[in-house]
Design a protein around this ligand. Structure first.
Ligand code: NAI
Length: 736
């Protein structure tokens, strides 16, 4: 057996119409790879007449003879519940449904009777519906399901004499497309295939040698792969046959806007624009209904602005988009005055909460070390062009409703003041031609008096404004960076609230896309989406907390690319990799796995974390560092057992010559435990203070803790009783 063989052990597969042809090939292939198979077949003739159990029985016998697991079911797919019940009765579950059963009633259109129409729809379309619906909730509840719909080239392209059949077959693609959307969050995937194979169905239309050559076994491997748990394909359509597989998608011409503001729309105008409507040059490939209808909003605003009637970006840009005039130009300077309110509002907007004690310094102006989050730097600078200054520039007379925030770079030179009056200077650094759109690189420098506080580069993507013959890249662009090829060092889950966008926008991004459901709907979103820069703020926070102990003076720079929208209420999952002082980042939507922020990194001036203890040992030369390093390893090895046993957080202040030279935290309360350099993030149950040397003597068993305590060598604050539990972690260090 190949090591990487795709197996289906433990999976239960229902194949409809598996008494012969393609269905039989699927049933045999699944069984051979460990699945338990329900072999369904009504056993009628190819027109759907008659009934017999022998077709299914023979396949079951063949599977069993080879040592596989299978049972037969002889019901019509119209009785979907019964088929699924057979799976549950025999094997206790249902994982995979292959809707394959089919018949033909070919007639030229005029001769199709009601009965010819109905039986085809009953077996193909309604049958697939009945079987799938019966299995659906089982799949949803177990968070796994794979479904195949069997379409046909006759449906995709039409086929003479098969009007009833092609209608039903393309109906299955529509069904599959919607199931793919409704199932995805439960890991229930649905795909369609349009196979070609020799079988009794094709015998009547194909020469015998072709029937023999196009084996069903050349279709089955695609079906198996699509149904494997490791396959993420969903909502797709494949043509397959003779050993070839291809994927289908929709293509749409750019089309043309026919209507003009305040004028009637006429059939003559349609006729006159016909070539353009049907011209597939620069065609798009919409993948979702949002991508499709999102365009209508652009159409409405283009017509309303009276800017012209063309959807062709090339012709539009030649008239109004001339980057050569804009590059290098400065926007009018802008000022931003604020007091402590704005940084606090921003901190709440990016998810800080008084529930976390270490967030207080960002939320309470009375805190001793009240600080402004470094990413507030984007708020300071966005004010400079949010007011609309951009469209006042020569050559940039474009439709800003087509603007998407593509990427962001922020570099901070001094901690952002918690209040002040700051000025920003904005320059169009460059404009790139990405074909489908233009990218405007805006450089914003923000000053407090003469001091440069921070620099931002906004990459703004203008949909449809590409094709002006510009360059694709620029030396001025701050590049994204990919994370190392290993699992992340730290993963943080952080739930946004349903009101996250409503709160974040109060920091100054008033785009209704983030609050107004009807506006979001025309933009093609199911509901208002979170600001990209809000996710940016969350992710920065995660890096700052885990690798700089929330010390804002350590934050240097951050770069992100916005890949997919996040909906308020979803959980952000930030994956982080540490390489020196650079923290590589990727932020996902936990519920869907969609990557919201990619190619990202945070640069710190220095880092503080458990991962760095080895470097510190070499630099600082404290003996106790080695021990904490080892404790960290032991805690990792112990999983969460120690946390269950100890349930306490210990802080260690290690001194040398009377001064504290290192602080360590052993957290055996949260998650599966953690050792890190630095003060406790939260509250310690017990704090120990002792010298590096006494610490070593203690763990090596040379110094008795009680004696050390009474001799004043070991100071203990907080819950002294808990220190007894330390034995569990410290014992056996003599062996070090
Ligand atoms: P086939 O006739 O060998 O297999 C279909 C099976 O479905 C038969 O064993 C039949 O008894 C069974 N069946 C019919 N009505 C049923 C019902 N109401 N309940 C349960 N079982 C029933 O045909 P083939 O070629 O293997 O077709 C499989 C599927 O692939 C069909 O949906 C067909 O429309 C589709 N297809 C096949 C193409 C080909 O080139 N073979 C081309 C395009 C689509």
């Amino acid at each position: 057996m190949e090591v990487s063989q795709l197996r289906f052990d433990g999976r239960v597969v229902l194949v409809t119409g598996a008494g012969g042809g393609l269905g039989k090939a699927y049933a045999l292939a699944f069984a051979e790879r460990g699945a338990s198979v329900v072999v369904n077949d009504l056993g009628g003739d190819f027109k759907g007449e008659g009934k017999s159990s022998s077709a299914a029985d023979q396949v079951v016998e063949e599977i069993r003879a080879k040592g596989g697991k299978a049972v037969a079911n002889y019901d019509s797919v119209e009785d979907g519940e019964k088929l699924v019940q057979t799976a549950l009765d025999a094997f206790g579950r249902i994982d995979i449904v292959i809707n394959n059963a089919g018949i033909l009633r070919d007639r030229s259109f005029a001769r199709i009777s009601d009965a010819d129409w109905d039986i085809i729809h009953k077996v193909h379309l309604k049958g697939s519906f009945m079987v799938t619906r019966a299995a659906w909730n089982h799949m949803k509840n177990q968070k796994f399901g794979r479904i195949i719909m069997t379409s046909s080239a006759a449906g995709i392209y039409g086929n003479f004499g098969q009007a009833n059949y092609s209608a039903a077959k393309l109906g299955l693609v529509g069904l599959s497309n919607t199931l793919a959307l409704e199932g995805v969050k439960y890991n229930v995937h649905c795909n369609s295939i349009a196979p070609t194979a020799g079988s009794r169905l094709t015998q009547t239309v194909m020469p015998q040698d072709l029937v023999d050559a196009l084996k069903p076994e050349y279709v089955a491997p695609l079906v198996l792969w699509l149904c494997h748990e490791s396959c993420q394909e969903n909502g797709s359509l494949f043509e397959v046959g003779a050993g070839w597989i291809g994927k289908m998608r929709w293509e749409r011409s750019l089309g043309a806007i026919i209507r003009q503001k305040n004028r009637p729309m006429t059939p003559e105008a349609v006729r006159d624009e016909w070539n353009k409507i049907c011209d597939f040059d620069n065609a798009t490939k919409p993948r979702t209904i949002q991508e499709s209808t999102g365009l209508l909003y652009e159409v409405l605003s283009t017509i309303d602005s009276g800017k012209g009637i063309s959807m062709n970006p090339t012709s539009q840009t030649t008239s109004s988009f001339d980057p050569s005039q804009a590059v290098g130009k400065k926007l009018p300077g802008s000022q931003y005055s604020y007091n402590h309110m704005q940084p606090i509002l921003y901190a709440l907007g990016v998810g800080m909460s008084t529930k976390e004690p270490d967030h207080l310094k960002f939320l309470y102006e009375g805190s001793e070390d009240f600080s402004c989050l470094p990413t507030f730097g984007v708020i300071l600078s966005q004010a400079s062009f949010m007011a609309g200054g951009l469209s006042s520039l020569p050559g940039l007379n474009i439709d800003f409703t087509r603007l998407l925030h593509g990427e962001q770079y922020l570099e901070v030179y001094k901690p952002i003041p918690t209040s002040g009056e700051l000025t920003s200077e904005t320059t169009v650094a460059d404009i790139l031609d990405k074909g489908s759109g233009a990218v405007i690189l805006l450089d914003v420098h923000t000053y407090c008096g003469k001091d440069l506080i921070c620099y931002n580069q906004f990459s703004l993507f203008i949909v449809g404004a590409g094709g002006f013959g510009g360059k694709r890249s620029s030396p001025k662009a701050k590049e994204t960076a990919n994370p190392p090829n290993r699992p992340p060092d730290v993963v943080v889950n952080d739930a946004t609230t349903a009101d996250q966008a409503a709160l974040y926008r109060l920091s100054g991004d008033w785009n209704p896309l983030h609050i107004d459901p009807s506006f979001a709907a025309v933009g093609g979103f199911q509901r208002p989406i979170l600001h990209g820069l809000c996710t940016f703020g969350f992710s920065a926070r995660h890096a700052l907390k885990h690798f700089a102990n929330n010390d804002v003076t350590k934050f240097k720079a951050m770069k992100v690319r916005f890949a997919k929208p996040v909906l308020p209420g979803q959980t952000l999952q930030t994956e982080m990799w540490k390489e020196g002082n650079r923290i590589y980042l990727q932020t996902k939507v936990k519920e869907t796995g969609a990557i919201a922020i990619t190619g990202a990194y945070v640069d710190l001036t220095s880092t503080v974390s458990t991962l760095e203890s080895k470097e510190i040992v070499q630099a600082g030369g404290l003996q106790s560092d080695l021990v904490f390093d080892e404790i960290s390893r032991r805690i990792k090895d112990a999983g969460d057992q120690l946390v269950k046993k100890v349930n306490a957080i210990f802080q260690w202040d290690i001194t040398k010559d009377g001064k504290t030279v290192a602080e360590w935290t052993i957290d055996l309360k949260n998650g599966s435990g953690e050792v890190y350099r630095g003060k406790v993030r939260g509250r310690a149950d017990t704090t120990f203070t002792l010298s590096d040397q006494d610490f070593m003597e203690l763990v090596l068993g040379k110094l008795n803790p009680q004696k050390a305590f009474f001799a004043g060598k070991l100071k203990v604050k907080g819950n002294i009783m808990l220190s007894q539990k330390l034995e569990t972690i410290l014992k056996d260090y003599a062996k070090l």
